[in-house]
Ligand binder design. Structure first.
Ligand code: ZN
Length: 284
């Protein structure tokens, strides 16, 4: 409907000069440098084509190329121009519910991150703090990556319950195991903690390294409505601003953090999985 109600000759000639020539209109191509017109617009086919550089397409293509718009932006801009009202995205009840669950899970993860960080800085967290400094990490980098610690008895469950989160929400966060006999327990205890953030700085999960020789050495949050490990990269929230034409892909959290501390700020890592196509897309 938007395409049919937009006359391509009228639209393109509002940007460049077109002259009628036979049944078509011609002008100087806006997509390459030329002195004699090889850019042609067909009102009959509602298409344009340049015989010099091969640029061509519909009124949408022109808007995208000439004004540097995405397809949805081009549709929306041309709809407005023609006085067409586009349907608004209609949020179903289910979509609303899912969004509010996700918002609660982001909150839980953020609060958990604060809890672990506070623990690391407390007297009880000295063993975790010493672990990081022995590995050569500075105060600044510990803060930047919001590293944390969780003690022998956990304590996060009580902390979050006091903040008003329900058992159902806490169950969904993946940070607790709910055993019928023993009740709810912290999944992470006696570990140094690495908050995993998405590209927009939201804490979506945690990785924890055990203090001592217990197994598993590394434990990650399970997949949740906010954590899909195949489509996130550890450290990307900082690496994306490195303004380097490349990323440095590492294996683990500590590799990324050590590289950032040494000034290699385009370092990031996959999250304990094989590198996925979606991670490649993120990087692209
Ligand atoms: Zn051209």
């Amino acid at each position: 409907e938007v395409r049919n109600s937009t006359d391509i000759v009228g639209y393109i000639s509002s940007h460049i000069n077109l002259k009628k020539q036979g049944s078509n209109y011609v002008g100087l191509c806006p997509f390459h440098n030329e002195k004699t017109p090889s850019f042609s617009v067909s009102p009959k086919r509602q298409m344009y084509y340049c015989f010099g550089c091969g640029a061509g397409g519909s009124v949408f293509t022109f808007a995208m190329e000439y004004d540097n718009l995405t397809f949805p932006e081009a549709v929306s801009m041309l709809a407005k121009r023609s006085g067409i009202n586009l349907p608004e995205a209609d949020e179903s009840e289910e979509a609303k519910r899912n969004n509010s669950i996700r918002a609660r899970l982001f909150d839980i993860n953020r609060e958990a991150g604060v809890y672990y960080y506070t623990m690391l800085k407390s007297e009880n967290g000295r063993i975790g703090y010493n672990y990081f400094t022995k590995r050569g990490l500075s105060e600044d980098i510990i803060k930047k990556f919001a590293l944390g610690y969780t003690g022998k008895s956990g304590g996060l469950y009580r902390f979050l319950k006091n903040k008003g989160y329900t058992d159902d929400e806490l169950k969904m966060s993946g940070l607790f195991s709910f055993d019928e006999k023993q009740g709810p327990r912290d999944k992470f205890w006696n570990r140094v903690m690495f908050p995993i953030m998405d590209a927009n700085n939201k804490v979506i999960a945690f990785g924890g390294r055990v203090m001592g020789d217990a197994l598993p050495k590394y434990l990650n949050s399970p997949e949740t409505p906010v954590f899909d490990k195949s489509r996130n990269l550890y450290g990307l929230n900082y690496a994306r601003y490195a303004r380097k034409p490349y990323f440095i892909l590492c294996e683990g959290y500590m590799d990324v953090i050590a590289l950032h501390q040494a000034g290699f700020t385009s370092a990031c890592a996959s999250l304990g999985t094989a590198f996925t196509g979606m991670q490649a897309n993120l990087i692209k």
